[in-house]
Design a binder for this molecule. Sequence first.
Ligand code: SAM
Length: 211
Amino acid sequence: MRLRNVRGAREALEESDYTINVPEENKGRWHEIFGNDNEIHLEIGTGKGRFIMELASKNPDINYIGIEKFSSVLVRALEKQREMELPNLRFIRMDAEKIEDVFENGEIGRIYLNFSDPWPKDRHAKRRLTSRQFFARYNNILAKTGRVEFKTDNRPLFDFSLEEVEAAGWKLDSVTYDLHNSDMNDGNVMTEYEIKFSKLGNPINKLIATR
Ligand code: SAM
């Protein structure tokens, strides 16, 4: 993801009704933001928001929150949301490391991780969103029946993630090394990176992890 500075991005996010500026204030009370008790699904590392916006428009009975570390990227998602005004979608600009400060135990129904940053150096492994350290965080915020869905074209990151799921004491519910040619592809919503890398001929890996 290019991290070009986008002028006014932070201010645009702060002024929008669709971004939550002090997310910790809503811990355990996210249903009040949406005005209903529908399930809440997160996408972590939402980028420019294509995936979560399509899901939110297809599933009005599910609430969605997109989490993204960088304003310069998230502001692009916000521009689309300003046009679509999906009532069941909000964004948070934050580092997912702090996710347990923002969501109560069991408050989340599902977590999507799409084309997460690989952090290729071993000493940075714990920053990967599919590391055992992150699964421990997901374990707290996810409802018992909740799941994590992860897609990537990066095979070393995918192989690492398969090991981390088991090391974290989770189960692999489904796995494919070629999503677009598998029965896991039914209802698949493509992300920006997925479109880009599948056009280059890269197979897409996907896993679903539960407890
Ligand atoms: N999910 C999008 C897609 O598939 O098109 C974007 C993929 S991009 C490679 C990864 C995104 O995750 C970047 O926008 C990055 O800023 C964000 N990200 C990485 N680590 C994060 C973290 N710890 N918390 C929040 N966002 C993060």
